[in-house]
Write a protein of this length. Structure first.
Length: 475
């Protein structure tokens, strides 16, 4: 009997793991599914591998099911844990659960569907720890080249490589392994916190908040400087604000275009501020339309939004658990946390410390500097060896905005010649140019299901139907 077709999923974070799980759950033909991850613990990825219990999810439990077709799956799983079992349902739904616990949830799904017997009997699975570095197209199948010299033969390959590390900053390359420099906030740095002095965090977004919370938890007593272009910290989640005036009746948000949309949003944000309400409610109300609005923007509008509006959008959109927000605000009120608004001009080693030059401001000198500026978004500058090799060979190409991989509607990669790839598909944060919103679980679970359906030759999800799905599960 011939070997079953092989699907190789490269990247074992949420996106890759859940693509493999969906294939294993729904395939009715013989398949071998291989998940390759360089970090080893398939399912957790970068976000849910955290070792520290103080990091909470920034999405309420009710919206964190890994399966779009089972919206309460995560809530049911939480009930199996002693600390969540006695909570009333309404309270459980609104919990911001530790990210570590969410990682346990994903591991249990992987354990059941990929390592256990929760997959279809016709499917076999394999989890490989290692780095994929290149893909060679062959006759009817491809070879995935691994860093250790081995190779995996597969008919279909899914690129699920996740977020890029932060983009390089001026002067950072000269810092190399300077003891005061943390180039990647997602690597362990707690053991490098000095006994005294000051600490600077570059960035004021979600990764910066993680670092602030950890420093508070470690009992750090010195000053914390957080530096970003605008100096905006994420808002807290809130509930229960009614604002039926948005979107206004008769206005088609999807076809409005960037300038008119900006005007409309500014007008309604001002109205909410006048009512002493949080303008972020407008971002929530836009979310069921976001992907379609983005899809309707011209390439120039997408680029302009990314250049001029993204910072404001992100601060309203990526909100944090109220208890985390309270801690950050407390640190700010007591003066422990100082925010500096201005572009970072240069980083320079000064003996054991680092000097941070800030445009039109006094420089900050710190004994530990953590780069939490957020993932790099220029795809052609990717530092992922696999993606660089695929770009060089033309097997993948940047989308028009150069924010990510170019794909077709069903997630099939479009190569440098503009043709649909015979073997490659992609999902996750590398699709920012196609979807804009493509980073959180509520979006990624839909993508994981859709990629699985494409792999299995199922009918692609209709756009309207997808819109409904998003409406249902994202609010
Ligand atoms: C700090 C943080 C907190 C977050 N909190 C939330 C939250 O509360 N709620 C929410 O909905 N979303 C949250 N997110 C968004 C999060 O990115 C997504 O939920 C999701 O985890 C992304 O999964 P992914 O698989 O696409 O990417 P990743 O988690 O980045 O996984 C990609 C994996 O692929 C591996 N990889 C990459 N290249 C290769 C290669 N060549 N060979 C082998 N392996 C490779 C990487 O090492 C990694 O393990 C958070 C993100 C971060 C960074």
């Amino acid at each position: 009997m011939p070997n079953p077709a092989c699907i190789a999923v490269l990247g074992g974070g949420f996106s890759g793991a859940m693509t493999a799980v969906n294939v294993a759950r729904i395939s009715d033909r013989p398949l071998h599914v291989v998940v390759v991850d360089d970090r080893g613990s398939v399912g957790r990825g970068v976000a849910y591998s955290v070792r520290r219990p103080e990091y909470l999810l920034n999405v309420a439990a009710r919206n964190m099911s890994a399966f779009p077709d089972e919206p309460d799956h995560f809530l049911h799983w939480l009930r199996t844990r002693a600390e969540f079992e006695p909570l009333p349902e309404a309270e459980l739904r609104e919990q911001f659960v530790p990210r570590q616990v969410y990682g346990d949830y994903l591991r249990s799904i992987v354990g059941n569907h990929l390592a256990g017997d929760g997959h279809r009997p016709c499917v076999t699975t394999e989890l490989i720890t290692g780095e994929a570095v290149d893909i060679e197209p062959g006759d009817g199948h491809c070879l995935v080249r691994m860093a250790d010299g081995s190779a995996i033969a597969a008919e279909k390959i899914v690129l699920a490589t996740g977020n890029e590390p932060p983009a390089p900053l001026p002067g950072a390359s000269a810092l190399g392994d300077h003891p005061a420099w943390v180039a990647n906030p997602w690597q362990q740095w707690e053991h490098r916190v000095p006994a005294t002095g000051s600490i600077a965090i570059l960035g004021t977004g979600l990764s910066a908040v993680d670092a602030i919370i950890t420093l508070c938890d470690l009992g750090w007593q010195g000053p914390i400087h957080a530096i970003s272009r605008h100096g905006w910290l994420p808002h807290a989640h809130f509930r229960g604000i009614e604002y039926p005036e948005f979107p206004p009746a008769g206005v088609d948000l999807v076809t409005l275009g960037l300038n008119d949309l900006r005007r409309l949003v500014s007008q309604h944000c001002a109205e909410l501020v006048a009512r002493d309400a949080d303008p972020a409610i407008i971002v929530d109300k836009l979310r069921p339309y976001t992907q379609r609005i983005w899809g309707n923007f011209s390439c120039e509008e997408r680029r302009e939004f990314a250049r001029c509006d993204a910072a404001r959008w992100n601060v309203l959109r990526h909100r944090i658990a109220p208890e985390i927000h309270d801690q950050v605000m407390h640190a700010r009120r007591t003066g422990a946390l100082q925010i500096h608004a201005g572009s970072i001009e240069e980083l320079q080693a000064v003996d054991g410390a680092i000097r941070i030059g800030i445009e039109a401001r006094e420089p900050v000198v710190a004994d530990l500097v953590i780069n939490a500026t957020g993932p790099s978004t220029r795809f052609s500058a990717t530092r992922n060896v696999l993606l660089r090799n695929l770009l060089a060979s033309g097997l993948v190409s940047p989308d028009d905005t150069d924010m990510g991989i170019r794909i077709d509607r069903d997630h099939t990669v479009v190569n440098a010649q503009g043709d649909r790839s015979a073997s490659l598909l992609a999902l996750g944060p590398t699709l920012r140019g196609t979807y804009w919103e493509t980073v959180a679980v509520p979006e990624l679970r839909v993508q994981a299901r859709r990629v699985a359906e494409t792999l299995l030759g199922a009918v692609p999800v209709d756009v309207e139907e997808e819109g409904q799905l998003r409406l249902e599960y994202m609010l």
